[in-house]
Each structure stands twice: as structure tokens, then as C-alpha cells.
Design a protein around this ligand. Structure first.
Ligand SMILES: [Zn+2]
Length: 136
């Protein structure tokens, strides 16, 4: 039995709005006001045009599995109690890619390009994790 405490995210200050959003059930990404690029992960400058004129916008939370792996053995670690679990890159409809977990689905049924939608999993009072499940 693994009783390790859950690992909590380490938050870069520029990513705080993202975590404030997930706590409210919103998946926020950045949007560049100069070149209109959507951006994830959170940054201080646009990776396309280097502008610092970035807004936060709400993603619809829909996308598709871009790539994934199933973790069957991860010992010793705080995630041992979760095996098997799926680590995935999801490409959101807004064009950005996000590292996440796929939940609510047998790992053997996951495929690349499978439509998925966000679900929010409360970790504690401070953190709510965005994960993805097969789209309805
Ligand atoms: Zn830009």
C-alpha cells in the first residue's frame, strides 16, 4: 500500500491564472493580442511573435488525443496508487497541446485522434487538475 501524499503542482507566477481557472471549472489558455496565437503552457511572452500582450481566454475544453502512454509500473512514487494510468498529450480544438491524463476509459480503448473533453478533478482546496475523458 502506498500512502505517499499527492504531489501538488509547482506554480510559476505567470501560470497562476490557469490554476485559478481550473479551480472554477474553466480551462484557460493564453491568447496573443498581437498575432492572435493561442498559447499553452503559460508564458510571459508569445512564442510566435515575442509580444508580452497576452490575454487569458477560456477553451471549450474539447480536443483529441494527440499521443499517449499507459503507465503500468511506477514504483516507488506518489503515483503508484494510480496505476495503470494514462499520460497523454491532448490537442485542443483551439490548436494548443496539453499534457494531461485520460480518465473514464479503459486504457486499452484509447486511440490517437479519439475525441476527448475536459473534466476537472479537485486535488485539494488550492488545486483542481484538468483531465480528459472520451467525448460524449
Ligand atoms: Zn504573438
Amino acid at each position: 500500500m502506498n500512502n505517499s501524499p499527492r504531489i501538488r503542482p509547482i506554480v510559476n507566477p505567470c501560470a497562476q491564472p490557469f490554476w485559478d481557472g481550473t479551480r472554477q471549472g474553466k480551462l484557460l489558455i493564453q491568447h496573443c493580442k498581437e498575432c492572435q496565437a493561442n498559447i499553452f503552457y503559460p508564458r510571459l511572452f508569445c512564442p510566435e511573435c515575442h509580444s508580452d500582450q497576452l490575454d487569458w481566454v477560456e477553451s471549450a475544453g474539447k480536443g483529441a488525443v494527440y499521443s499517449y502512454t499507459v503507465v503500468y509500473n511506477n514504483s516507488p512514487s506518489a503515483f503508484l496508487q494510480d496505476v495503470p494510468y494514462v499520460v497523454a498529450i491532448v490537442k485542443l480544438d483551439e490548436g494548443v497541446r496539453m499534457c494531461t491524463n485520460i480518465v473514464g476509459c479503459e486504457p486499452e480503448k484509447i486511440q490517437c485522434d479519439m475525441p476527448v473533453e475536459v473534466v476537472f478533478e479537485k486535488l485539494d482546496v488550492e488545486f483542481t487538475l484538468p483531465k480528459f475523458k472520451p467525448a460524449q
